[in-house]
Design a protein around this ligand. Structure first.
Ligand code: DGL
Length: 283
């Protein structure tokens, strides 16, 4: 159970969790769509990347993040991380929530992305670039098969892309090699792809380079906007949860790494001052 003594009474911020900086790309869109709510972002930068870690480790780390956000007063937590959504979401929803607090909710970002893609592709050939963990989990393949069985999905793992972001190399010339290599590979695999899904929330940091090496005419999909719309829809359909989300338009940040480093990147990306607090995640 979440320790009752640490729970603030009443409504709380919407929690947004990621292994590191990637979740900021989702948070930015969510705040643009739904600026009235309070948000608490938690980046587990000290243990990123998650994408090359085992199922059990990603599950344990994600559960620690969710418990922490619950203890900080969040009633609703968005896993703004595909790897965590692929490897931890279902177990947390089906097993842990009933023990932690059956009235709180944890939502992922794979389903809203797949829902959107059906209306975007004309050739019905879609490419997926994601972490090794997300690709090998086949979570996208399963959701595509359920929602759009006529779409052919070609997935490719990009193990170097998240480290480029977490190590502040995403806009340096050295990143070009790794970006071009993966895109060349994907479009050799299936030249009919007309829609490219960036299935990792870190990848929008690399967007200028991804655009440079993607064939002309291919639509590149980042997830933030679709996740934001899906959250808006969720809150509309769940007024009981909506009432538990506080509304002062604030946003706070927690990181498991050095707060100053986090602030520098978060300020640059969000174009506002960020004062993160360091936190240690425990079981
Ligand atoms: N940004 C996360 C995702 O969407 C995790 C990346 C990682 O830590 O490997 O998959």
């Amino acid at each position: 159970m979440v320790q009752p003594s640490s729970l603030p009474a009443g409504a709380g911020p919407i929690g947004v969790f990621d292994s590191g900086f990637g979740g900021l790309t989702v948070l930015k869109n969510i705040r643009t769509h739904l600026p009235q709510y309070d948000y608490l972002f938690l980046g587990d930068n000290a243990r990123a990347p998650y994408g090359t870690r085992s199922f059990d480790v990603v599950y344990q780390y994600t559960l620690q993040g969710v418990k922490t956000l619950f203890e900080k007063g969040c009633h609703l937590v968005i896993l703004a991380c595909n790897t965590a959504s692929a490897k931890a979401l279902r177990t947390i929803q089906q097993h842990d929530l009933s023990q932690l607090d059956p009235y709180r909710r944890v939502l992922g970002i794979i389903r809203p992305t797949v829902e959107a893609v059906g209306a975007l592709t004309r050739t019905r050939h879609v490419g997926l670039l994601a972490t090794p963990g997300t690709v090998s989990s086949q979570s996208y393949d399963l959701e595509i098969c359920k929602l759009h069985p006529d779409i052919r999905l070609s997935g490719l793992a990009c193990p170097m892309w998240v480290p480029l972001v977490e190590n502040f190399e995403y806009d340096k010339p050295g990143a070009d090699y790794f970006v071009k290599d993966r895109l060349d590979n994907l479009f050799q695999k299936d030249p009919l792809i007309d829609t490219l899904l960036l299935g990792c929330t870190h990848y929008p940091f690399l967007l200028p380079k991804i655009e440079r090496y993607t064939p002309a005419g291919v639509r590149i999909i980042t997830q933030g906007e679709y996740v934001a719309r899906s959250l808006e829809d969720y809150l509309r359909r769940h007024p009981e949860m909506d009432a538990k989300c506080s509304r002062r338009g604030s946003c706070s940040f927690l990181t498991t790494e050095d707060a100053d480093n986090f602030n520098t990147t978060a300020c640059l990306f969000l174009q506002e001052k960020v004062h993160a607090h360091h936190i240690v995640l425990e079981e």
